[in-house]
Design a protein around this ligand. Structure first.
Ligand SMILES: [Zn+2]
Length: 197
C-alpha cells in the first residue's frame, strides 16, 4: 500500500504538512548559519500549522466553505524564500498551488540576510518569553502569514473545479482570506508560544 501524504480525499482537513527537500544547488547558495535559520523557520511553521487549535480553526473554515478535494494535496513548507515576483522586486511569493501536481507550497517571508546571520539565529531557539518585542512581533507575522497563505491556497483548491478566470478567482480568494483571517489573535498567540523554543 502506498503511503498517503498530505491532505487526502474524503477526510476533513488534516495538517499533514512536510518540509520540502531543497535541491543541492539551492542549498549551496546559503551559509551554515542561514541554512540553520531557514530549517528552524520551516520547522516552526510546521509546528504552528499542526497545532491542534490552528488545525481545528482551519477545519472549521474549510467546512463552512465546503472545500472538497478529489485527489490528495501535497502540502509542503519550503525552506528557502521564493525568488521575487517578476517586475516587483518588493513583492515576494508567499505560496502557490500547482493544480496538475496537486501541490501547495508555502514560502518563508523575506528577511535581510545580514539580520539572519547576525541577529536572527536565536529566534526559533529561545523560548517565546525571553525574546525581544521585535522578535515576538516577527514570529507573529511569520505565523500569520503562513496560515493566511495556506488558507489562501486551500481556497484555490475549492474554486479550481468551477473553472473561473483567474481575474475572477484571485479577488474572490483574497476577499475570503482576509475575512477568515479576522479573529485569529488568541489562537495564533497560543500556537506560536507552543511552537517556539
Ligand atoms: Zn491566489
Amino acid at each position: 500500500m502506498g503511503q498517503e501524504i498530505g491532505w487526502t480525499p474524503g477526510n476533513l482537513w488534516t495538517p499533514d504538512v512536510r518540509i520540502a527537500n531543497p535541491p543541492p544547488a539551492l542549498l549551496a547558495k546559503y551559509t551554515g548559519k542561514e541554512k540553520s535559520f531557514f530549517y528552524d523557520y520551516a520547522g516552526f511553521v510546521v509546528k504552528v500549522i499542526q497545532d491542534s487549535m490552528v488545525a481545528d480553526k482551519l477545519r472549521g473554515i474549510l467546512e463552512i466553505e465546503a472545500v472538497q478535494i478529489e485527489k490528495p494535496v501535497d502540502v509542503r513548507v519550503m525552506v528557502f524564500p521564493a525568488r521575487p515576483l517578476r517586475g516587483r522586486a518588493n513583492r515576494m511569493l508567499h505560496g502557490s498551488y500547482n493544480h496538475s501536481a496537486s501541490q501547495i507550497s508555502l514560502y518563508p517571508i523575506r528577511l535581510p540576510r545580514d539580520w539572519i546571520r547576525h541577529d536572527g539565529s536565536d529566534m526559533f531557539k529561545l523560548s517565546y518569553q525571553t525574546l525581544t518585542e521585535r522578535k515576538k512581533r516577527l514570529l507573529h507575522e511569520i505565523s500569520k502569514t503562513a496560515i493566511a497563505t495556506l488558507l489562501h491556497e486551500l481556497l484555490h483548491v475549492k474554486f479550481e473545479r468551477r473553472g473561473l478566470a483567474s481575474y475572477v478567482e484571485e479577488p474572490l480568494v483574497r476577499k475570503l482570506e482576509s475575512q477568515y483571517m479576522q479573529g485569529w489573535e488568541t489562537t495564533l498567540l497560543a500556537a506560536l508560544q507552543r511552537a517556539s523554543g
